[in-house]
Design a protein. Structure first.
Length: 280
């Protein structure tokens, strides 16, 4: 039994290391800036099958970062049967833009995926938005925040995902919350915590108890409000972990949060039930 499990793990890592991204596709051009999606497909995709989609938004305070943050997550979940996308979006340090521009791009990215669902082989009713820190804000905001759309796009195509996987997300932009000095009074229409409503997608939220940017009480309140409007919110707290604890360089926490995400997506019938890797 042990040898069989070991062989399965070795096979998984062999496959995952040879799972290369497709040629990136440009989903948007904003002025002179081209924005791309890097795609990771399941091996041996069936043409007649529609796969769930998962889009990842990197963290960096809407100022820095790049899409490579979630490469290992995309490799894992593509091998579990999800078409994964790593998204560019405009950031302050590179493009001189604001958090509002970042949100517009996140919505454009999901709209592109849904609009091109047939070509991409995905089920447009099974789109999962995910991200860390400010990228977690973008994922949550695509589901909860109205407006901030690109008027040149077909707004008849929804940019709202069906599920959320949030890693220490920036969910409170109000006074005392992250980013308020840049968001100002616009937080009322921009902060996910202040815009939770009936129909909010099922969510799993990961947070370290020693996160200096996202207080535990904020995440607990978010969960409470989600449940008050009748939406599912699984909150996973990790003792003695700080901001960014889920990243690939923290092997134990990367594996633990990936495992929890896998189980969450199984519970939504987005993944087939099986014993996931990275079990203790």
């Amino acid at each position: 039994m042990y040898k069989k499990k070991l062989l399965n793990i070795l096979l998984f890592f062999f496959l995952i290391n040879f799972c290369w991204a497709q040629e990136q596709v440009m989903y948007k051009k904003a002025d002179t800036t081209s924005l791309f999606l890097e795609i990771y497909n399941p091996l041996k995709m069936e043409l007649a099958k529609k796969y769930p989609a998962m889009i990842f938004f990197f963290g960096g305070g809407w100022k820095g970062g790049n899409r490579s943050q979630f490469v290992e997550h995309a490799k894992y979940f593509s091998q579990r049967g999800i078409v994964c996308f790593l998204a560019d979006y405009r950031i302050e340090n590179q493009h001189g833009t604001t958090p509002f521009d970042s949100l517009e791009d996140a919505k454009s990215a999901i709209r592109y995926i849904r609009k091109n669902a047939v070509e991409l082989g995905i089920d447009p009713q099974k789109i999962i938005a995910s991200g860390g820190s400010a990228g977690g804000h973008l994922a949550a905001a695509t589901a909860l925040i109205e407006g901030y759309d690109n008027a040149d796009e077909n707004l008849g195509v929804s940019s709202v995902p069906q599920a959320l996987v949030l890693f220490n997300p920036v969910i409170d932009n109000g006074p005392g919350g992250y980013g308020y000095e840049r968001i100002g009074e616009r937080y009322k229409a921009f902060s996910p915590l202040h815009n939770i409503k009936k129909g909010a997608p099922p969510t799993i939220l990961f947070l370290g108890t020693e996160d200096k940017l996202i207080p535990v009480v904020t995440a607990q309140y978010y969960k409470m409000v989600m449940e008050k409007v009748g939406s599912r919110c699984n909150l996973r707290l990790y003792e003695k972990q700080g901001h960014g604890f889920f990243n690939y360089n923290n092997t134990a926490m990367f594996q633990e949060t990936v495992k929890e995400t896998d189980w969450f997506l199984q519970s939504l019938d987005y993944l087939t039930q099986k014993t996931v890797l990275f079990t203790n």
